[in-house]
Design a protein around this ligand. Structure first.
Ligand code: NBP
Length: 479
């Protein structure tokens, strides 16, 4: 039998679907899974495909054409420099079997610091490494995901034909690009996931307002369907519309009303927040989204507190269509803020790491295949393509115009929700960022006075040139 063009290790949901995707583009693929029965079942289920199943890693490696291209799709869990996980275990087993110049691709959700460690380690061994974030879930893996590969440009060039053939396309362009060196690919995938957290929470806050205003699941299904036919068109709005239309076969009730209100998370949102703190970048919308999941998971504490802590009984009346328009504007404006913050973080980290990131290209590959794909990513792509040095997405003319148009309804929605005791942490964090960013004067003059008072930290003055520092001998308040 001829040698395979590509090999994949880890035949769980993502691995199996990626293999079928690669094979469907005309490549012969070898596969290996730790539990060999899974390999056998997979091969048996696809007798007409150009697949080679191997029971040992030795056979697997020998079945591949050189330079070998081996993608690992196993569970990733390493979050500290000292952690070792399944990806490391597989790499260690592969090293003695490979030849100089062979390529290992980690396509799982690895922490970018682990990717940097593996990149350096494998380079020492004469092997090439790509850390590639893959987004789109099971369906994306099969039909076309967005792929965010990081590593040396020369290695990307070798992988480019396969990656471009399996990726989704948007506006005729493949949803894959060389993100940058080292851990850049997994880093950008991490921020993509943080942005995904923000998008999901914003949709949930819109839903919560509508629910308290008495909208039925059928009405909600229609609102989200209409939104998906307009400027909010996106995968997450589309699936939300479908969720509201789904009835539980057992009870006949709307399924969404039967699902317990406690959200899970795997960690990429938390990593994003930690990285934002390290880079001194504000990502308050994503932060609020991660915290909202944490608060949701405290179900028992919330139920107990609901009997003790008082608030208003929600009473939202008035014309439904007007409320729908206002919530649309609040959601869209908050979403712009979330992307402005996430992209600001990517830009800051990219400069710190010298990754040479291109925000226009990154926004462009998110337009298809991945979970955050959305119509407005075309506008983000255009904004960065026309001005790669854009300081903040809010200041791209297209988005400035939208924010100016939406800001009044956005405030009214945050006020309405607050007065009715409905939590909108991501809507209000986004608005707080917007109002702080556009404030020529903030109350930090008082803050500097406080710092100088207790710590002699000094301050600059409005009536003196910047860079001159002053200290006041404040009154002694102790004793
Ligand atoms: P899982 O994350 O559930 O991993 C299961 C696979 O890992 C199986 O093939 C399993 O082999 C293998 N494995 C484990 Br666990 N420990 C191993 C070890 N020590 N040595 C060798 N193999 C080992 O699969 P998944 O959901 O398909 O995700 C794969 C990767 O893609 C993950 O990093 C995930 O975070 C990422 N990802 C997932 C999605 C998604 O929607 N699921 C989306 C995007 C990215 P076994 O069969 O022998 O147990």
């Amino acid at each position: 039998m001829s040698k395979s063009d590509f090999g994949l290790i880890g035949l769980a949901v993502m691995g199996q679907n990626l293999v079928l995707n690669v094979e469907s583009r005309g490549f012969q693929v070898s596969v290996f899974n730790r539990t060999t029965a899974t390999t056998d079942e997979f091969i048996a289920a696809h007798p007409d495909k150009k697949l080679v199943g191997a029971h040992t890693l030795e056979d697997f490696v020998q079945s591949l054409a050189t330079p070998r291209k081996i993608q690992i799709m196993v569970k990733s869990s390493a979050v500290a420099d000292t952690d070792r996980d399944a990806v490391d275990a597989v790499i260690e087993q592969l090293i003695p079997l490979l030849d100089q110049g062979d390529i290992i691709i980690d396509g799982g959700n690895s922490y970018y610091k682990a990717t940097e460690r593996r990149d350096a380690y494998l380079a020492e061994k004469g092997l090439r490494f790509i850390g590639a974030g893959v987004s789109g879930g099971e369906e994306g893996a099969r039909k076309g995901p967005a792929i965010m590969p990081g590593g040396p440009t020369s290695t990307w060039e070798v992988m480019k034909p396969i990656f471009e053939s399996i990726a989704a396309t948007a506006e005729g362009e493949p949803c894959v690009t060389h993100i940058g060196t080292g851990g850049a690919g997994h880093y950008v995938k991490m921020i993509h996931n943080g942005i995904e957290y923000g998008d999901m929470q914003l949709i949930c806050e819109a839903y919560n307002i509508f629910k308290h205003a008495g909208f039925t699941p059928a009405e909600l299904g229609q609102i989200f369907t209409d939104w998906n036919n307009g400027d909010l068109e996106s995968y997450l709005i589309q699936i939300t519309a479908e969720i509201f239309k789904q009835n539980d076969p057992e009870t006949g009730k709307a399924l969404v009303d039967l699902i317990l209100d406690t959200a899970g998370q795997k960690g990429t949102g938390k990593w994003t927040i930690l990285n934002a703190v390290e880079n001194t970048v504000v990502i308050s919308t994503i932060n609020a989204a991660v915290e909202a999941r944490i608060l949701s998971s405290m179900k028992d504490k919330r139920v107990a507190a609901s009997a003790e802590l008082q608030g208003p009984t929600a009473s939202i009346t008035g014309e439904k269509a007007a409320l729908v328009k206002k919530v649309h504007d609040a959601l869209f404006a908050s979403k712009i803020i979330s992307y402005a913050q996430g992209l600001d973080l990517i830009k800051t980290m990219g400069a710190e790491k010298n990754w040479g990131l291109d925000l226009g290209k990154i926004a462009a590959i998110w337009r298809g295949g991945c979970i955050i794909r959305a119509r407005f990513l075309n506008d983000i792509t255009d904004a960065y393509r026309s001005n790669p040095e854009l300081s903040n997405l809010m200041l791209a003319p297209f988005f400035t115009k939208l924010l100016n148009e939406f800001q009044q309804n956005w405030r009214e929605v945050v006020s309405l929700a607050t007065l009715n005791g409905i939590p909108v942490p991501a809507f209000s964090a986004s608005l707080g960022y917007y109002d702080s960013y556009r404030a020529a004067v903030l109350p930090a003059n008082l803050l500097q006075a406080q710092r100088d008072f207790f710590g002699a930290h000094t301050y600059e003055r409005t009536d003196k040139p910047r860079g001159q520092f002053f200290h006041t001998n404040w009154p002694d308040v102790i004793g």
